[in-house]
Design a protein around this ligand. Structure first.
Ligand code: SAH
Length: 228
């Protein structure tokens, strides 16, 4: 019986998900060092429960990734926040995301940037995310089905690039499509463990690398990622 949990989160005048979101922001994000108020605000605006499977509704604000079908997952809220914060968005940027998945990270980015171009290799996931985001009113999101390791060249350069699947290397095409003074966040490592990297491109085109810690993502499968 889940009624006690239900009552725990309920306070008169507030929808239950708002309470859960505030709890998530305090315990999972702020307590672990996420400080950018605009990022925390974006988490207030995007209901994660709309991006998980209906059967996982009770876990929508839990401190973990969740399955979204096709062997893929919606990332843990903290990881979404950490990656987003590392993109250092001011609101005017053109962002590229590789691995749309559920579309949750896409929506967070859409709250913080001018335009989001997102590439997903699984057509069904791309289609579901696109419909959902459109219905929620995001008109600054553009989704394409394809191999995201090659980026989305026609729309480049990007002020920020986020890769939400694990790569054995920094895909050269993505680095090329990053604008001078741009930021990229990408998990790089083997199939099981990766380091989350923040890369900055100087105005001279040089790479400055900063490690954000260890992480574990589903593999980035494609020409400049894993080939199986
Ligand atoms: N940000 C998403 C994470 C989804 S998991 C979310 O929080 O919901 C990673 C996604 O990357 C999966 O949907 C997977 O299908 C996708 N992916 C893997 N390799 C890819 C590639 N080469 N190009 C585009 N998407 C890819």
């Amino acid at each position: 019986m889940h009624q006690s949990t239900f009552l725990f989160f309920y306070k008169e005048g507030f929808p239950i998900s708002e309470e859960k979101i505030e709890y998530m922001i305090a315990k999972q994000l702020r307590a672990r060092g996420i400080q950018d108020e605009s990022v925390l605000d974006a988490f207030r605006k995007v209901p994660r429960d709309k991006f998980v499977r209906p059967e996982d509704d009770n876990y929508a604000y839990s401190d973990s990734p969740l399955p979204i079908g096709h062997g893929q997952t919606i990332s843990q809220p903290f990881i979404v926040a950490l990656m987003t914060e590392a993109l250092e968005l001011q609101g005017s940027e053109k962002v590229m995301e590789i691995g749309t998945g559920s579309g949750y990270q896409t929506a967070i980015l859409a709250e913080l940037a001018r335009q989001v171009y997102s590439v997903e290799k699984v057509p069904e996931l791309a289609e579901t995310a696109e419909k959902k985001l459109k219905k929620m009113g995001y008109d600054n999101v553009f989704i394409k089905v394809g191999d995201g390791t090659k980026g989305w060249e026609e729309k480049s350069p990007y002020d920020a690039i986020i890769v939400t699947a694990a790569s054995p290397q920094i895909p050269p095409s993505l680095w090329e499509q990053l604008a001078p003074e741009g930021r990229m966040v990408i998990p790089v490592g083997d199939r099981f463990f990766q380091t989350l990297l923040q890369l900055k491109k100087t105005d001279q085109g040089k790479m400055v690398k900063n490690s954000l810690g260890d992480c574990r993502f589903v593999p980035l499968l494609g020409e400049e990622g894993w080939d199986f």
